[in-house]
Design a protein around this ligand. Structure first.
Ligand code: 3PG
Length: 314
């Protein structure tokens, strides 16, 4: 019997599909340090981003036939190494695009209307401070008519462009792999097509009111002080991709020196222990890497993972 360890959780629908296909599905969480021994008895492992599947673990588990990543980023898995050993490595790149894109807009809308800081201040200021806070946060701005700069025009980047167009924003995009792409926006009945062309990185940094990063993990930060210096003073940057893509020290300096207006962060260099200065900063809106964590995305991920696993393991 094929045995699958689901180490970072799966929606019931995914588990049910795998069991209906005749697999034994174990959803207990095995600590990372015990996997070298305990994963040996399984044929496949399902992970999100928490469990790391590195060379050493792959070498220690000669029975492993599949590594399934529920989600997009594969930086927690030694993909090439596993594939070279004949192990199937699968992920669900499309399942969570909409959820991640919507979270980016939640950060943009929250920051432009001071939701992050109002939510922190209103409980302690109480009724007494209501009028003062109303004045303090009266200088919000709209997204309508502003320019959204999207770094990376993959599935999530395109979803952002679609939502942005629907909200009346102008789109600038930078992606060295994409010259031009079609973006559809609006409900199916009224769906409208727009061609979005890729511009230069520098043009995007200089001319965007909102900048959102949608690229895989890189060896070094993409956004450092040099980039912050090019941005508009009221620019807002969003990162729901990978923590290391923004130099966090430079970000704090850029915010404290009014080089930019704010930042929305769903990912952090030090996950799961983010830098406290980011968490407490009044110009930063934070979420704990929940971009792909909606009921819809979890459901899509569970189904897609199960379908692919059944396909490769049957
Ligand atoms: C992804 O790469 O799919 C996202 O960063 C979500 O990560 P998660 O699976 O840990 O929620």
């Amino acid at each position: 019997m094929v045995k699958i360890l689901v180490n970072d959780g799966i929606e019931p629908v995914g588990k049910e599909m795998l069991e209906a296909a005749g697999f034994i599905v174990d959803t207990q969480k095995i600590p990372q340090e015990e996997l070298m021994i305990r994963l040996r008895e399984y044929d496949a492992i399902c992970v999100r981003s928490a469990t790391k599947v590195r060379k050493e673990l792959i070498d220690a588990c000669p029975n492993l036939k599949a590594i399934a990543r529920g989600g997009v980023g594969m930086d927690n898995i030694d993909v090439d190494y596993a594939k070279a050993r004949g192990i199937h490595v699968i992920n669900t790149p499309a399942a969570s695009s909409r959820s991640v894109a919507e979270l980016c807009f939640a950060h943009m809308l929250g920051l432009t209307r001071f939701l992050n800081i109002s939510n922190r201040e209103m409980p302690s200021e109480g009724k007494k401070g209501f009028e003062a806070l109303k004045k303090k946060y009266a200088s919000g701005t709209e997204l309508f008519g502003k320019t959204l700069g999207i770094i990376g025009l993959g599935r999530i980047g395109k979803e952002l462009a679609s939502i942005g167009l629907g909200m009346g924003m102008n789109i600038l995009a930078y992606d060295p792999m994409v010259h031009q792409t079609e973006i559809f926006f609006g409900p199916e009945k009224y769906s409208t097509k727009v061609n979005v062309a890729s511009t230069s990185f520098q043009d995007l940094l200089i001319n965007s009111d909102f900048i959102s990063i949608h690229v895989p993990s890189l060896d070094k930060p993409l956004i450092t002080m040099a980039a912050f210096k090019m941005m508009k003073n009221d620019a807002i940057i969003i990162n729901a991709s990978r923590g290391g893509l923004i130099d966090e020290h430079d970000l704090i300096e850029a915010l404290d020196n009014q080089l930019i207006r704010g930042a929305g962060l769903d990912v952090f260099a030090g996950e799961p222990m983010p830098d406290e200065r980011l968490l407490n900063h009044p110009k930063i809106s934070v979420t704990p890497h929940t971009g792909a964590s909606t009921l819809e995305a979890q459901n899509n991920i569970g189904k897609e993972l199960a379908e692919q696993l059944i396909n490769v393991l049957k």
